[in-house]
Design a protein around this ligand. Sequence first.
Ligand code: PLP
Length: 481
Amino acid sequence: LDPEEFRIQAHKVADFIADYYKNIEQFPVVSQVVPSYLRKTIPQQSAPNAPESLESILQDVSRHVVPGITHWQNPNFFAYFPASNSTAGLVGEMLSTGFNVVGFNWLSSPAVTELEMLVVDWFGEMLNLPKSFMFSGGGSGGGVLQGTTCEAILCTLVAARDKKLKEIGREKLSKLIVYASDQTHMSLQKAAQVAGFSEENFRVIKTTKSESFELSPNSLKMAIQSDIGKGFVPLYLCATIGTTSTNAVDPLDSLCDIALQNGIWVHVDAAYAGSACICPEFRHFINGVEKANSFSLNAHKWFFSAPDCCCLWLKDPSALRNSLSVNPPYLRNRATDSGEVVDYKDWQITLSRRFRAMKLWVVMKSYGVANLRKFLRSHVKMAKLFEELVMKDERFEIVVPRNFGLVCFRLSFNEVDISNAINLKLLEGINETGRAYMTHALIEGMYVIRFAVGGTMTEERHVVKAWKLVQELAEGVLAGV
Ligand code: PLP
């Protein structure tokens, strides 16, 4: 690695990326390529024998890679949940990649661990999390930056499993029950599969439209009682703040009360919506978190940081460490032996880990808490505007009350089959234009269009333009019915 050569190339790449962002609206939001397009268009079928210049590589990126990119940072991207990036997020990512360290334990790069401990505490303070989840709380709690929510859920589930089996005996594994609602993200089901739970041990509780797809405490209570009656042992509940399909908020406080009475580990999955809870007016959505065991959110969704960055806080990380610690002789060192340091390898599945704290720290310092709140509020305000526009057009309906930045809407039609077909046609039409990208959810058999606001470059004009596009295409779709 030649530092001067790096300087030259990094400047060129920074220019390339800056131009990409400058021109991003010129690209169709969702990639229009067909499967296997790359093999067919890329000139080389094997790795080149001779070196190539950066100019030639960047030319290939423009010609062959960019067409296959779905532009998540395009301000007209309203699909899934956002992956909001930012200048600070990019710069922080550059710094962490620049240092290129592998901070698996404290000694392998003390700053990786100590900056991580600091930023998870800062974030916890912004969220007004109870002190019991923070290093600065003086107790045993603390946080960790993992890659994704899938990992956070798997790790906490394994911790809960092992803790419970220690109490009741390992032979009782087949008696443990994991609770979810039918709106819980598939992360939990995957985690349960990996952690050795069969379908019989996985309880999916039905939610209803009349209860806004929230997990009903009463339904949970009944499911638990029924399981206990059959000799099962309740183990783990994943409550969601902002479900993927409709942004439903499970009533955490009441669910936690029931869980506590039954010795259940509660994990709170606030992957998308958690970030917004740094705003005092949204904080009430996580009321009750003080009774939960663990809480996670994805900073790479709505906290202006590049993937991957899932923040996980635990009241009792020792449960996690008991399940995930392996200490081979080649990693032994005085700092670990002193018991005075955190070795994050024991808080996650993998050994190697990225310096994720750097980007979060840069984001927090560059913008400041007041501005971060302002950005989040502006997204919610834009979603509210879109919701109002939908409500003014009697051909459409809002399917569930809006929470945070997600609007779920559809062309209303009495016949479910026809309604689903026309809304599918409308959504496909929108996405084929390349002028906006939205995705769908299927709830109670209803095909619903989801409009998620959260792009860093999204402004009110993009939202208004997207709505005009929806209206324009709706006319054609309805004319064909
Ligand atoms: N939980 C919720 C509520 C989500 O919406 C998502 C993804 O959108 C996830 C979990 C999965 O997140 P990850 O991809 O970080 O595992």
